[in-house]
Design a protein around this ligand. Structure first.
Ligand code: UDP
Length: 391
């Protein structure tokens, strides 16, 4: 038997497995899919272009501990993400910045708005759109209404099926209005993509002979949770710890109803380059106001693929409602009702002294990759006394 069982081979599960194995434990990792890496999974397509199966993943962090921990398993290719948004037919820098202001407005108006912004906010600061809307100055209010309408309203309706003010403000605050001229999508200290991709990175984390990987297997196939707080694995009582990184409603057979998620249909297309080195002006171009898709990502601009020939692969993302059994859960939808249902599931989970939760799905949080790694490392320290020090 194994010392511990981890459900899910995404970033969270892989960090926990790696740390536990490094500390001498035998670990079984059970993954429903036939692939590892969770939604970070990437692979080369038929043209040799490295594509992100579940949408663009750009690693960025200010957490030096996370950065140095992951650096044990990959070499990095420095990469700073740039996004443009098509507004009134022009592809302008996103986040909306002072440069975007000057790209979209006549010079005298842009100058006046810039001065007003700088009188109200410090240079190089970030202002969430819902904050900017509260400014009393009528010119800045008009600017806020414009940015809200052109960048946030329709994109958010497509992405979430709700208006920006109907969802948690932290979601739109991920893409603030930027009182500065930095045109990068993220400002974190460490920004890069793994040289051989995320799947390879996770593969290296799972390399230990103490880690056993069981693919194409659901948690339900091997675990039984009893009402008395005990857990069986493979039909026998299991005394080790079970770390669950899947959807919590599923673990408890939807006893408190289904937690809402958003899904996305990923539509890949390979097109000729015609001798050019790229087919769009930035690695990701957002289409807030038009079309049913939210954005197009061109992977060759993220991972150079000199061997790929005169073609490029694009990904269009079409947000969808999540339908269990039919598509993939990507984003938790944070409504009050969902949070309260989640709390019920959390209370159920706490009845099992040997059960821990980790990751975006089980924690029902909008984690970035570095958040998932940080939480997994902290869980290792707090639950097992294992630190992220070199083992
Ligand atoms: N958003 C928007 N317009 C944009 C980009 C983002 O309204 O052009 C909002 C939208 O609600 C989105 C959120 O900001 O869900 C977070 O965007 P981010 O790019 O961080 O989303 P992710 O890459 O995680 O899907």
């Amino acid at each position: 038997m194994f010392d511990h069982i981890i459900i899910g081979a995404g970033f969270s599960g892989a960090v926990l497995a790696e740390r536990l194995a490094a500390a001498g434990n035998s670990v079984l990792v059970v993954e429903r899919r036939r692939t590892i890496g969770g939604n970070c999974h990437d692979e080369r397509d038929a043209h040799g272009i490295l594509v992100h199966t579940y949408g663009p993943h750009l690693f960025h962090t200010d957490d030096e501990g996370v950065w140095s921990y992951l650096s044990r398993f990959t070499r990095w290719q420095p990469y700073q993400h740039h996004v443009r948004a098509v507004i009134d037919g022009c592809a302008v820098p996103l986040p909306f910045s002072l440069d975007t202001l000057h790209d979209l407005f006549p010079a005298t108006l842009a100058d006046r708005l810039e001065q007003k912004l700088l009188a109200r906010f410090d240079y190089n600061t970030k202002v969430p759109i819902l904050e900017l809307e509260k400014t009393p100055d009528p010119d800045l209010r008009r600017l806020a209404d414009y940015v809200y309408e052109k960048i946030f309203l329709h994109y958010t309706m497509k992405q979430w099926g709700k208006k920006p003010e109907e969802i948690d403000g932290a979601v739109t605050a991920r893409v603030p209005v930027y009182i500065g001229r930095d045109q990068r999508y993220f400002q974190d200290r460490f920004q890069a993509v793994p040289e051989d991709g995320y799947t390879r990175l996770v593969d290296r984390m799972l390399e230990s002979s103490r880690i056993h990987l069981l693919l194409a297997t659901a948690a339900d196939d091997i675990l039984t949770l009893h009402d008395d707080g005990t857990i069986d694995a493979f039909g026998a009582p299991f005394a080790g710890r079970v770390i669950y990184t899947g959807m919590l409603d599923e673990l408890f057979h939807f006893a408190h109803g289904e937690l809402p998620y958003r899904s996305v249909r990923m539509d890949f297309e390979t097109v000729p380059l015609g001798g050019a080195d790229r087919c769009q002006p930035a690695p990701t171009v957002n289409y807030p106001c038009n079309y049913d898709f939210t954005r197009i990502t061109e992977f060759r601009q993220i991972h150079p693929c000199p061997q790929a020939g005169d073609v490029t692969t694009l990904l269009r993302e079409y947000p969808q409602p999540y339908r269990r059994g039919e598509n993939t859960a990507y984003y938790p939808v944070f409504t009050d009702e969902a949070r309260s249902a989640y709390e019920h599931y959390l209370a159920d989970a706490k009845k099992y002294k040997t059960l821990s939760l980790a990751g975006r799905l089980a924690d029902y949080r909008y984690y970035d990759m570095d958040d998932a790694v940080r939480h997994a490392l902290d869980l290792c320290r707090d639950t097992f006394g294992i630190t992220d020090a070199e083992a």
